[in-house]
Design a protein around this ligand. Structure first.
Ligand SMILES: *Cc1c(COP(=O)(O)O)cnc(C)c1O
Length: 420
């Protein structure tokens, strides 16, 4: 159904019901002032044009109100995180009470493991995918050590088979068959940052729970990209960041999901702080810790409002566009990228990301035989921002909020020229 012409790409853009959102973003420009082709929204999303005014509003209220802004600002700072909850919950498919924005991703992962990784001599193992993001690996390794165990005994890697790049669910089943009774936690990054593989979250959760393990997901590359339906999966927890597909600015706050069945569980360990305390008595500093129900009860600090203002700017766009519409466009857009790469008919080019749209998000990880980082450099010089992973993989992720079919066409066109 796709066609390999610029006219066709432009026609797709014209018919795209979400086309207007492209104008809501700042694009980096080349020396001649032309938009760069930006396919790196999986690493850092572009800045919405409205972000500056959302930030300015808080700066103004801080200037004119000082501390009174906690209650008197147009968007009062005390409950500010609550302004983000509903939209964020829709993006990850959770109930609002299951979602909170706080901290950075890796910090949230640690705090979730305080609650959901409680190893015993019989059950102390963690399973992660072998190609997990380094920070996730460091986090689980250090948790294992913190509890007096050793990663060599307690960390199990879910690995692709020899000669393959992707992890097979049946291999995770086999691991659980062998070690299930020793596994305390399955913690998987989905979609995988390197291969772009989106794992079957519900099946993994059911498998883990069947053996009595807890199950959590890192959706750094999933939130704002796939439809993870977190509540439905039954996962115990999930964490993500908001600066990749959710366009909230470098180092912005992360998101955290705790399934509602844990909302009132007083037996869970947690590292508590005053922002997780009953809102009515939070400022009456004499009270014993009275934990809030739901994900909010895991908060510790009063959050950075400027960062939350940027998240609000981005979430307002997601709210207007609708996550399901975005996903629909994303499937078409990434499908078009896959089609054009196939049309190159170049034996050096392969895609390691799954072919089935259900098993991937926006990103395709393109393997270029015998290429090195100079190819990435040349792409950059040709006005394309993509991402290079050693030894030979270019990751590109057309983001449905702001990328066009023409972007995708132009990228493949320039890649083709560079490889000639
Ligand atoms: C981007 C990313 C991170 C980054 O962690 P921060 O704590 O936000 O710096 C962690 N894990 C995964 C899987 C990621 O993709």
């Amino acid at each position: 159904m796709y066609q390999n012409t610029l006219e066709y790409a432009k026609q797709c853009d014209q018919q795209d019901p979400l086309k207007a959102f492209r104008d809501e973003f700042h694009f980096p420009k080349d020396a001649s002032g032309k938009n760069i082709i930006y396919l790196c929204g999986n690493s850092l999303g572009l800045q919405p044009k409205k972000t500056a005014s959302y930030l300015q509003e808080e700066l103004n209220d801080w200037a004119s109100l000082g501390v009174e802004g906690h209650t008197e600002a147009k968007h009062p700072w005390m409950p500010y995180h609550e302004f983000l909850t509903d939209s964020m919950a829709k993006i990850v498919g959770a109930k609002p009470s299951e979602v909170v924005i706080m901290n950075g991703l890796t910090a949230n992962l640690h705090f979730m493991m305080v609650s959901f990784y409680n190893p015993t001599p019989q059950r102390h193992k963690i399973i992660i995918e072998s190609d997990a993001f380094p920070s996730d690996k460091y986090a689980v390794q250090s948790q294992i050590k913190f509890h007096g165990y050793h990663p060599a005994d307690s960390l199990i890697l879910w690995q692709p088979r020899k000669g393959e790049e992707l992890c097979r669910f049946e291999d995770l089943e086999a691991i659980m068959k062998e070690h299930g009774n020793e596994v305390a936690l399955i913690m998987i990054g989905s979609t995988n940052y390197y291969t772009g593989q989106a794992f079957p979250l519900k099946k993994i959760t059911q498998l883990g729970h069947e053996y009595g393990a807890k199950v959590g997901f890192d959706l750094a590359h999933g939130a704002g990209n796939i439809l993870p339906n977190l509540h439905e999966t039954g996962a115990d927890f999930a964490v993500w960041c908001t600066y990749k597909y959710i366009n909230s600015g470098p180092g912005s706050l992360g998101g955290c999901f705790v399934h509602e069945r844990h909302a009132h569980n007083p037996d869970l360990n947690r590292f508590a702080g005053w922002w997780g305390h009953n809102k009515k008595t939070r400022f009456n500093m004499r009270h014993e810790f009275d934990v809030l129900p739901g994900a909010e009860g895991w908060q510790q600090s009063n959050p950075p409002i400027l960062s939350m203002a940027a998240i609000r700017a981005s979430l307002d766009l997601f709210e207007k566009a609708g996550m399901e519409n975005l996903r629909k466009k994303s499937v078409l857009l990434t499908g078009y990228l896959e089609f054009l790469l196939g049309e190159m008919n170049d034996q050096r080019i392969g895609v390691i990301t799954p072919r089935n749209p259900e098993e991937r998000g926006a990103q395709l990880s393109i393997q270029v035989k015998n290429a090195d980082k100079s190819l990435h450099q040349k792409l950059t010089e040709a006005g394309v921002i993509s991402d290079w992973r050693e030894p030979d993989v270019i990751r590109v992720a057309p983001a449905p909020l702001y990328n066009s079919f023409e972007d995708v066409y132009e990228f493949v066109n320039r890649l083709k020229h560079l490889l000639q």
